[in-house]
Design a protein around this ligand. Structure first.
Ligand SMILES: Nc1ncnc2c1ncn2[C@@H]1O[C@H](COP(=O)(O)OP(=O)(O)OP(=O)(O)O)[C@@H](O)[C@H]1O
Length: 269
């Protein structure tokens, strides 16, 4: 389980209390409606969605634009509030008002399309800061940890660069190191490669593939169908705010049951 930097990360990645095959994420009957505004009618973004993700499982969510994929992902770490239903992540009831959200979010790594790095901080500082601010680690511990994870994503030699000095793919690898340095129990990827130049997409997908191989529980929203085919344990197809179909890549890509799934797949290849 060595990363590109030759570091064994299995201890850092194995989340305490998670046994392989146990349910890690339990989403039940979730409904979410964006209310009407002066300029737009209200939209049902999630229409009675239920999904469980087992510990160590890689679930890839695919579907047309506007089908609710990002909204579903963002409900898992409470970036979106839901109208009804429940979401439990490794025993934390996300939808319970009493849940300490900052503490909960530190256990869930999120990687965004647009990286969300601090632009006026170096790569190293970007990875150090959340560890100190949220995990209350000492600066020395956070720095050692940052070095370890920057090495894992192949960015240690660029540790002192600012985001503006890095390519999109490199910035995304720093963002992944930042998330991993928090020792997350689950990683959520929201179109992590959609904003990248084609030549840098592969490196980020390879890193995601490597994390999957190391047993990280992952939920991935992506338009990269070959990644879904090769890496997913389960593929979920969404349309119009609902899960239309889910199954192994083989089941969904080779033997889709729904006409909507087949039509989508015929369009995206
Ligand atoms: N903040 C918001 N306010 C109002 N409507 C929203 C908001 N965010 C998303 N929506 C709407 O909710 C629906 C689902 O959006 P969502 O971003 O989850 O879709 P998606 O499947 O991730 O799309 P894409 O592949 O284009 O990113 C869409 O109709 C979208 O326009």
């Amino acid at each position: 389980m060595d990363g590109p930097g030759g570091i064994d990360l299995s201890a850092a990645i194995a989340a305490p209390g998670q046994s392989p095959g146990a349910i890690s994420i339990d989403i039940k009957s979730v409904k979410k409606r964006y209310p009407a505004t002066a300029n737009s009618a209200g939209i049902v973004a999630l229409d009675d969605v239920s999904l469980t993700v087992k510990s160590g499982e890689v679930v890839v969510i695919i579907g047309p634009s506007g089908s609710g994929k990002s909204t579903l992902l963002r409900t898992i770490n409470a970036l979106e509030k839901i109208d009804s239903g429940t979401i439990v992540v490794n025993g934390d009831v996300v939808t319970n008002k009493a849940t300490d959200l900052p503490a909960f979010r530190s256990k869930v790594g999120m990687v965004f399309q647009h990286f969300n790095l601090f632009l006026h901080k170096t790569a190293m500082e970007n990875v150090i800061l959340p560890q100190v601010a949220v995990k209350r680690r000492s600066r020395a511990e956070a720095e050692a940890n940052a070095g370890k994870f920057l090495a894992k994503v192949g960015m240690l030699e660029r540790a002192n660069n600012y985001p503006s000095q890095l390519s999109g793919g490199q910035q995304q690898r720093v963002a992944i190191a930042r998330a991993l340095a928090m020792n997350p129990q689950v990683m959520l990827f929201d179109e992590a490669t959609s904003a990248l130049d084609p030549e840098t997409v592969g490196g980020v997908l390879d890193l995601m593939r490597e994390l999957a191989g190391e047993g990280m529980t992952m939920v991935v929203v992506t338009h990269e169908m070959h990644f879904a085919r090769e890496v997913a344990d389960r593929v979920v197809f969404m349309d119009a705010g609902a899960i239309v179909e889910m199954g192994t890549p083989e089941q969904v890509f080779r033997n889709a049951q729904s006409e909507r799934t087949r039509k989508f797949l015929s369009l995206v290849g």
